[in-house]
Design a protein around this ligand. Structure first.
Ligand code: FE2
Length: 189
């Protein structure tokens, strides 16, 4: 019997070298699990959502660590630098999806989701909502907490105040809000 790696794992393997920066090697597998959980309860197409979450941050690999630190955070983020990771991410994601022979129509939506995934506050589809929610849910995990404390030299109290106050405004789906509160409860326990 001939067995082959499933398409999502193929995409992940090709994305892997681009995820070895800004702790994306930790962020992406965790957000993928959140995406899979959200898909069980919310409307969305796994064939769009899973590749989009696996590939959305590959563009960070094109920025130096210094540039990355200026490009995200609570205040004074350089949105010009942040935009570079979206634009470069689109190029890399396109190459990877082409390499695995991904459905071209689905590729178009995946690419549209990745492009402006940080700079666009609104959503373009149900699939985009799930990608945005799965991406942000990472922040509420113990891994997200530790990275936040390190990157921003912040206290646990800062983290709790900041993340508690954003549950309603950051998440689009009720399932994600529930999951965020559940994670927050675990961090406070
Ligand atoms: Fe992300």
């Amino acid at each position: 019997m001939r067995v082959s790696v499933n398409i999502y794992d193929q995409i992940y393997m090709l994305a892997f070298p681009y995820l070895q920066t800004r702790s994306n090697e930790i962020h992406i597998p965790i957000s993928r699990r959140f995406a899979e959980n959200l898909l069980l309860k919310e409307q969305g197409d796994p064939e769009i959502v899973i590749p989009a979450i696996l590939l959305h941050d590959v563009g960070w690999s094109m920025l130096t660590e210094d540039m990355q630190l200026k490009a995200f955070g609570r205040v004074d983020s350089d949105m010009g630098l942040n935009r570079i990771h979206e634009v470069e991410g689109v190029k890399i994601a396109k190459r990877i999806l082409e390499e695995v022979g991904y459905n071209s129509q689905k590729t178009v939506e995946i690419i549209n989701i990745i492009d402006e995934h940080d700079s666009r506050q609104s959503v373009i589809s149900d699939n985009d909502r799930l990608v945005k929610d799965a991406d942000k849910l990472f922040r509420y995990t113990s891994e997200g907490l530790v990275l936040y404390l390190i990157y921003f030299n912040a206290t646990f109290e800062d983290w709790v105040a900041w993340f508690k106050s954003h549950v309603d405004s950051w998440f689009f789906t009720q399932t994600a809000k529930t999951l965020a509160l559940k994670e927050l409860g675990k961090r406070l326990a």
